[in-house]
Design a protein around this ligand. Structure first.
Ligand code: FEO
Length: 168
């Protein structure tokens, strides 16, 4: 891969590790409230982001590039209602989608067909990531102040499990 593209991959590794760190910070909010299902959802999210970062890391090596790790920024979000936290998750995923699209554009500009094809997995993954968060936000809006319904959603989110993705 050309040097510019390797740098762009390294920046995306950092963005995925930041996502992992952000979701770990959000998970703590739910742990504190004993909403263990929501905490589990974030825990799976943490593992997914880790897998996304490692997928890019392995690919840079596979292509003979140099992985350069930068500092991971402090997670920034506002602690608010549950729906407000999920709205921030959605906003963050939309930002990640724009970064993945920019990385794919970079691979396109470099006419690196292999990298474009590899990144297709990430492009599709972002569609799923955004859709699952939108679904939770709409459920939360329907639930409103209904505590029983909130506990039911918490139980449902407790069943989410991490499945190691096959990337690329
Ligand atoms: Fe790795 Fe949630 O995007």
């Amino acid at each position: 891969m050309n040097e510019k593209l390797v740098q762009a991959f390294n920046a995306q590794i950092n963005a995925e590790l930041y996502s992992e760190y952000l979701y770990l910070a959000m998970k703590a909010v739910f742990e504190e409230q004993h909403l263990t299902g929501f905490a589990n959802w974030f825990n799976v999210q943490v593992q997914e982001e880790h897998a996304h970062a490692l997928g890019l890391y392995d690919y840079v090596h596979e292509r003979g590039g140099k992985v350069t790790l930068d500092a991971i920024a402090k997670p920034e979000f506002k602690e608010g209602s549950i729906v407000e936290i999920f709205e921030q998750v959605l906003k963050h995923e939309e930002l990640v989608t724009s970064k993945i699209n920019a990385l794919a554009d970079e691979a396109d500009n470099a006419k690196d067909r292999a990298a474009v094809s590899f990144l297709d997995w990430y492009v599709k993954e972002q569609v799923e990531e955004e859709a699952s968060v939108r679904q939770i936000i709409s459920n939360l809006k329907l639930i409103g102040d209904d505590k029983k319904a909130l506990l039911m959603l918490d139980r449902e989110l407790a069943t989410r499990t991490f499945v190691q993705p096959v990337i690329g």
